[in-house]
Write a protein that binds this ligand. Structure first.
Ligand code: BGP
Length: 479
């Protein structure tokens, strides 16, 4: 056997892209409820208030809210050991500021967890996945305000107490390093500067952004501390968007650029979350940006104490970097780059690179030496629902196989401590970057189009049956 016997195979989603029921159970609005739909050529729009004639796809999403029993049964049929999902903060504290939580919201997640446990599926819960309560954005410009640290603490403590014994694995902030990019303002930090409208080209204030990210890092560490106080059985991980880059050429300048990108984009946050303090290069980064952060002694103490138990990451593709100008480009989940001539791309232009996964896992493990879980990896593609209800998706099976093989090599040949894998979008959900439904990731097809039109009936794709075999054989079926 190459994968450990208790390897956590499963799938992942996030409340804002999957759950729907945006105005049910007393839930408050979140930032994604005011994001319009888009495509990969026309960007989503950030609305300040609801506008006539705009469609907001995250509001209905795939309607897990009303389908959770059926959906969890499908996970069980595939043999899931783990289900990565997120709790929507605004379902528990609608505006983020209330003294007392909403019982209906808490009960909803209780029902979801009970349903998972019925089938022996372990929930792995992200506490914040791109859905800051809208009220906090309007009142405080989201994480730009230090106030959010305590408000978030109240929310996570409520969750830890309520689900004690039911949830053992938590992640703090989804792809927290997204905040090192301009794109992270709205989605990751709940920041909307006056005049922002284009999702891909937001008004940016780098000082505010890095200060807000600091607040999230403190909140993340406080979450680890809260978990150890409330339930020592809880394990808390960080969550990093791995956006690996290669040097496009052997020019040493490209090599240096590559190293800089890895430090500043991949490791800036996890160095803090795993090692408990800002890395040596942080001060030089801030100097270069011309910013000074407000970091108190108490913050430093919290960061020291609240280091994570494990490292969670998303991985979709790699890109190249170069000092050369006018080179061909490629895109990616958060960041594009220079095109790698050796790689094929998905229909959305993301480069498919299983070897890059092996490289990345080794790099992370050698830096931190703590257990790793891949909580997102997958392929977004258009699928065709045939008249007989079947969906043939060999491209997805191929992507899955190659990445499972890469993980196996990592464990077997390199000795990396990898303890789980959750396929992103195990069921079709709304795309974060484009707001499309037609960019499908799932092993299960959801009959709904980019405008939420359809029966919302679930259909099993060919990949559904294949992933079941992968899990059944603990990865042996893939060669
Ligand atoms: C990650 C996010 C997810 C998810 C995924 C795929 O960055 O954590 O929320 O959506 O990317 O990206 P997309 O939906 O844009 O295809």
């Amino acid at each position: 056997m190459t994968f450990p016997k208790n390897f956590l195979w499963g799938g992942a989603t996030a409340a804002n892209q999957y759950e729907g029921g945006f105005d049910e159970g007393g839930k408050g609005l979140t930032v994604t409820d005011l994001l319009t739909n888009g495509t990969h050529t026309s960007p989503r729009r950030i609305c300040k208030t609801e506008e006539d004639g705009c469609y907001y796809p995250n509001r209905i999403a795939s309607d897990f809210y009303h389908h959770f029993k059926e959906d969890i049964a499908l996970m069980a049929e595939m043999g899931f050991k783990v289900y990565r999902m997120s709790i929507s903060w605004a379902r528990i504290f609608p505006n983020g500021i209330e003294e007392n939580p909403k019982e209906e919201g808490l009960q909803f997640y209780d029902d979801v967890f009970d349903e998972c446990h019925k089938y022996g599926i372990e929930p792995l819960v992200t506490l914040s996945h791109y859905d800051c309560p809208l009220y906090l954005t309007n009142m405080y410009n989201g994480w730009a305000s230090r106030k959010l640290i305590d408000l978030f603490d109240r929310y996570v403590r409520t969750v830890f107490i309520r689900y004690k014994g039911k949830v053992r694995y938590y992640l703090t902030f989804n792809e927290i390093n997204c905040a090192t990019l301009k794109l992270g303002n709205y989605m990751a930090l709940g920041i909307r500067h006056e005049g922002t409208s284009n999702f891909l080209d937001q008004i940016d204030d780098i000082k505010v952004r890095y200060q807000a990210l600091h607040h999230q890092l403190v909140a993340s560490a406080k979450t680890v501390i809260a978990a150890s106080e409330i339930d020592p059985d809880i394990k808390v991980g960080n969550m990093i968007a791995m956006m690996p880059v290669y040097p496009l050429t052997p020019n040493p300048k490209d090599m240096l650029l590559m190293q800089k990108e890895w430090r500043e984009k991949q490791y800036y946050c996890s160095d803090v979350q795993v090692k408990g303090e800002y890395p040596y290069y942080a001060q030089a980064m801030w100097n270069k940006m011309g910013i000074e952060l407000d970091i108190t002694d108490e913050d430093k103490d919290i960061l020291k104490k609240g280091t994570v138990d494990f490292y969670a990451m998303s991985y979709y593709q790699t890109n190249c970097v170069t000092v050369m100008e006018d080179v061909a480009t490629s895109s990616g989940n958060l960041l594009g780059g220079a095109k790698n001539p050796y790689l094929e791309t998905s229909s959305w232009g993301w480069q498919i690179d299983p070897d890059g996964l092996r490289f990345t896992l080794n790099d992370v493990y050698s830096r931190y030496n703590i257990p790793i879980i891949i909580v997102e990896n997958g392929l977004g593609s258009k699928d065709v629902l045939e008249n007989d209800g079947s969906i043939h998706d060999p491209y997805r099976i191929d992507y899955l196989n190659k990445h499972v093989k890469a993980m196996r090599d990592c464990i077997e040949q390199d000795g990396v401590d990898l303890f789980g894998y959750t396929w992103w979008g195990w069921i079709d959900i709304i795309s974060a970057s484009t707001g499309e439904m037609e960019k499908r990731y799932g092993f299960v097809y959801v009959d709904s189009d980019d405008y939420g039109k359809g029966s919302f009936k679930r259909y099993k794709k060919d990949s559904f049956y294949w992933y079941k075999k992968v899990i059944e054989s603990n990865g042996e079926v893939v060669d």
